[in-house]
Design a protein around this ligand. Structure first.
Ligand code: ATP
Length: 953
């Protein structure tokens, strides 16, 4: 048998009956494959994975690195500099000991290095993203060895029995065995956006086109509604999607807004430097002081062009963003789109689901209301052990037939499975339903047994829009003990007369009650009075206001199976059974996270499908809302137009009984009010809201594949506190990026001005060669900048309001700081340069070169940056107020860089290569003294701003 080429005798899976397909694949619809068969098939067919295809080739990635305007300018500088050297060499004008083409080689080396670095980083980033993709790779529910279990999608093999439900992204191709209202969106494969209704019972002509193969499902497509059971026919590259693997959606790797702005900045810097070069050349020619020939002027221009390019910046930014994503993953926040790292810090409003995100999603039923009586249920977790109590006294369930009747509905209208694993009771499926199976178990009503007494024949599945679900079961007669006499179980005897089918409907109590016309009282269905309705709703409110999640239950005897898709008409004239209230305790860490949000100027908002009072009780408990705050319900929201909603969104912190489409309107309204919105979601219909939100957040555990695909970030632990932690990291990343941009660009401006000043002041020659400038930009600026990138959060990072994501990178004083510090930097260097020039010419001695003034300028520029790095660690705290070891990297980078710089001056071979000159210690001391002025100035600024009562952020 071969699963990829069809088995003998079969020409197309869609032309086969289900049984034939099961036969050919040697599998069983009820028990699935055995572990042994799975193992064998895995060996044979390999993992169910698509090989990555398409994308850029290694060459293309490498070439892309050179599409950067700053690098192109450096290449131009290298070529011109090479030309000058060639002329000097041919004319025999080289200075003694000078190595020709040194600058050209050095610049080209930097260009190539930059290219390689960029290449390595991009390839690494792609690998990291692939690893992240694996982390978020979906689980698939299958039946193996007769048991239901979740396995990683890549472990699927042909013949596996796969279970589908709404929101699932289908992991392999397969033939439907059975389905209920199954709708699948196949746009990934066919381009058709409209969902397709699937049918298991039909067989199709062999030449049926892909889009019309209604009895098959395909890998990569999404279940929009309903449920289904499928036998896997093809996996991996043999699926229809595998055949067109270029379509594979990958984790997106978009440039962040900052990276885009940096590209713009590059353009500005390059054009700015060209203008400056023109000014200097023209000024030099007019003045012709000291710069007798064009070559000198060209050299100045080249140095300025190199000085203006922040060669180290792109690498530092990439590293910072990458470190940011890593730190976030450690906090359980998985970034799917890189811009989110940077923009998370700007979030002003977090709209969060309640169940599972703010609460633990561990449901325990606490109370029942049936047959006019309120009962308490004891017990913990999912263990089916506990008592039913009436006014504090234990009751025997058998004596109260209303209880087993309600519990049968709980067990029958239920898709979850309760299992004992390693001695612990766990549920597979929705915790709400798990709690109901546990509840039934406490009265000895076991779901499995009831599946045979009431086998399910049809259903209308749950959705967040419908807020209810129904199952239709066939009433099976059981042996009574007397020969040839059969009867139905007493727990359902009162539900039917002679009807062969029973429908159970459960869901939001108001909705279910509105569909009921009768009520089950003392084992009889009697007309439901208005007073009883009022009483039930009052009880519902009373349970909800204690924070309980309440479900209503009903049944309806049927003569025939109702038609598919006719839920509105079929779920009417129901018989009311009772209420079940379950507790879903808030996550303990969320209270602090909410408080942290408030202090950070972020407003948490709860959006839930649950009841208003339940939502409010939990929101108040967590500090999201005050007891008298307004709760906006989905119904009210529905009636509002966009303007009315916009007027409310800044005031309301709880939205209850909402449907997914309301989430989209809430995000849009908040965005129109200028808010930067993070929004959580898990369902298939949450995808539009997640896409619309500035940061769409999917749930890692309970989230559907579709919601994850639409998100910017996935919460691996589904926890609200994780969003807050990620927001904090986002702020830290952004603050650090701003910090080293200030640091690097301030220094570049200082260098350019100092170089430009030399010809204007009439000093002969260029103070800094391109090679020395590259050294400064990459090493003496680059190393401390990298260290600044990992600066720990300032204590007030979550005590200030968020920054607008639309603000310019130069906003809040960054631009003026750069220019101001650049000018101070230049003034200090120019004064030193002027003094050193005359001093070096005047003081002569053995080993002392009159050109050593250039080395004094070079050294003091580098050392001044060390003081700058130390001082810039905080905008407000003085250096002496900070712990130097809180970021030991800065201290380390400063020490290493200073030693390296001194080696350039005092190690003869390095001196020759870098074109520096020996400095006597007193002159070195003067350089250090001048450099220290930079540190003094920045610290002085901090004191000044403090006295003025201004805080810089
Ligand atoms: P959140 O959006 O905070 O996660 P939620 O999980 O409570 O909220 P939904 O899952 O959309 O929201 O549930 C909405 C309502 O639908 C619930 O309050 C409950 O009344 C009903 N409900 C939930 N689960 C089921 C279910 N399995 N069967 C029937 N009704 C359900």
């Amino acid at each position: 048998m071969s699963a990829h080429s069809l088995p003998e005798g079969a020409s197309a899976w869609h032309s086969l009956e289900v049984d034939k397909a099961l036969d050919l694949l040697d599998s069983n619809a009820e028990s699935g494959l055995t572990s042994q068969a799975v193992e064998q098939r895995f060996q044979k067919y390999g993992p169910n994975e698509l090989e990555e295809q398409g994308g850029r080739s290694a060459w293309e990635i490498l070439l892309d690195q050179f599409k950067n305007i700053m690098l192109l300018m450096l290449i131009a500088v290298a070529l011109i500099s090479g030309g000058l050297d060639l002329m000097a060499w041919q004319a025999g004008n080289l200075k003694p000991g000078e190595v020709p083409f040194k600058d050209t080689i050095a610049i080209m080396a930097i260009v190539v290095l930059n290219g390689i670095l960029g290449y390595v980083q991009e390839s690494r980033a792609e690998k990291a993203l692939a690893a992240l993709k694996k982390l978020s790779s979906p689980l698939v529910r299958v039946i193996r060895n007769g048991k239901m279990l979740d396995v990683a999608a890549k472990e699927l093999v042909p013949g596996d029995i796969m279970l589908l439900e709404a929101g699932v992204q289908i992991a392999a191709d397969g033939r439907l065995i059975e389905q209920s209202n199954l709708q699948v969106r196949e746009s990934a494969l066919t381009g058709e956006a409209e969902a397709v209704n699937k049918q298991s019972t039909i067989t199709l002509a062999e030449d049926t086109s892909l889009g019309d193969r209604l009895n098959l499902v395909f890998q990569g497509t999404e279940v929009v509604q309903g449920r289904g059971k499928v036998i896997v026919t093809n996996t991996g590259m043999r699926t229809e999607l595998g055949k067109i693997a270029a379509l594979l959606q990958s984790v997106e790797n978009e440039p962040t807004p900052l990276q885009q702005r940096m590209t713009q900045l590059g353009n500005v810097l390059v054009s700015g430097s060209l203008v400056l070069v023109a000014i200097v050349v023209i000024g030099g020619i007019i003045q012709a002081r000291g710069f007798s020939n064009l070559q000198d002027l060209l050299e100045v221009s080249l140095s300025m062009a190199v000085a203006v390019v922040p060669e180290g910046l792109p690498a530092v930014i990439t590293v910072t963003l990458a470190l940011g994503t890593q730190r976030m993953v450690r906090h359980n926040a998985l970034i799917r789109k890189l811009p989110a790292v940077e923009t998370l810090g700007s979030v002003t409003t977090i709209c969060s689901d309640k169940t599972g995100t703010l609460t633990q999603n561990k449901m325990v039923v606490q109370s029942l209301y049936t047959n006019d009586q309120s009962l308490r249920v004891t017990g913990e977790g999912y263990a089916p052990v506990g008592e039913f109590q009436l006014s504090g006294n234990k009751v025997e369930v058998e004596e109260y037939p209303a209880i087993p009747s309600l519990l049968v509905a709980c067990a029958a209208c239920n898709d979850s499975v309760l299992q004992k694993e390693k001695g612990e009771w766990v549920i597979l499926g929705d915790p709400t339903e798990g709690a109901l199976v546990t509840l039934a178990g406490k009265a000895g009503i076991e779901k499995d047994q009831w599946n045979s007494k009431l086998p399910r024949v049809s259903e209308y599945p749950f959705s967040s829009e419908r807020k209810r679900m129904s199952v239709v079961c066939r009433v099976e007669a059981i042996a009574t003990g007397e020969p040839s006499m059969t009867s139905v179980d007493p727990a359902i005897a009162s539900f039917v007369d002679s009807e062969p089918y029973l429908m159970f409907t459960k869901g939001s109590p108001e909705l279910i009650l509105a569909r009921c016309t009768r009520i089950q009282l003392n084992n009889q269905a009697v007309p439901l009075t208005e007073a009883q309705r009022g009483q039930i709703l009052a009880e519902n409110d009373s349970m909800a206001s204690k924070g309980l999640r309440v479900l209503g239950f009903s049944y309806k005897p049927l003569m025939a199976i109702p038609p598919e898709g006719e839920d509105e008409a079929s779920e009417t004239e129901l018989v009311w059974l009772g209420l079940v209230g379950m507790l879903d305790a808030p996550r303990p860490e969320v209270r602090d996270a909410v408080q942290e949000c408030r202090e950070a100027g972020i407003r948490p908002v709860m959006i839930t499908g649950d009841h208003q009072l339940t939502a409010k009780a939990i929101a108040v408990d967590l500090g999201i809302a005050q007891p008298d705050d307004r709760v906006l319900s989905g119904q009210e929201l529905q009636r509002m137009n966009d303007q009315e909603l916009e007027a409310q969104v800044d005031l309301v912190s709880i939205y209850a009984r909402v449907a997914p489409e309301h989430k989209l309107r809430i995000v849009q309204a908040l965005q129109r009010r200028g808010r930067f919105v993070a929004m959580t979601g898990d369902g298939v219909n949450d995808a539009p809201a997640l896409k619309q939100a500035d940061i769409g957040i999917a749930m890692g555990i309970t989230g559907t594949d579709v919601s994850k695909e639409a998100s910017d970030m996935v919460l691996l632990d589904d926890n609200f506190a994780t969003i807050v932690a990620a927001t904090k990291e986002g702020r830290v990343v952004y603050t650090n990026i701003r910090r080293f941009i200030k640091y690097i660009l301030g220094s570049n401006i200082g260098e350019v001005l100092t170089i430009a000043a030399a010809p204007i002041l009439g000093l002969g020659g260029v103070p800094l060669t391109p090679l020395q400038i590259l050294w400064m930009n990459l090493v003496t600026d680059g190393l401390p900048a990298l260290a600044l990138a990992v600066e720990p959060p300032e204590p007030d990072v979550m005590k200030r309001p968020p920054f607008s994501p639309r603000e310019s990178i130069f906003a809040r004083g960054l631009g003026s700081y750069m220019v101001r510090i650049g000018i101070i930097f230049a003034i200090i260097s120019i004064i030193l340069m002027e003094w050193a020039y005359f001093h070096a010419k005047a003081v002569t001695g053995e080993g002392l070169d009159p050109e050593r003034w250039k080395t004094m300028v070079f050294t003091s520029l580098c050392i001044a940056q060390m003081g700058h790095a130390i001082a810039i660690r905080s905008n407000n705290q003085l250096t002496i107020e900070m712990n130097p070891l809180s970021n030991p990297y800065v201290l380390g980078a400063v020490i290493v860089t200073t030693i390296l710089q001194l080696m350039l001056v005092y190690v003869p071979p390095l001196r020759d290569f870098f074109g520096t000159h020996y400095l006597p210690l007193d002159e070195l001391g003067i350089c250090i003294g001048f450099s220290a002025l930079m540190f003094v100035w920045i610290e002085g600024e901090k004191i000044f701003f403090r006295l003025m009562g201004k805080r810089s952020v």
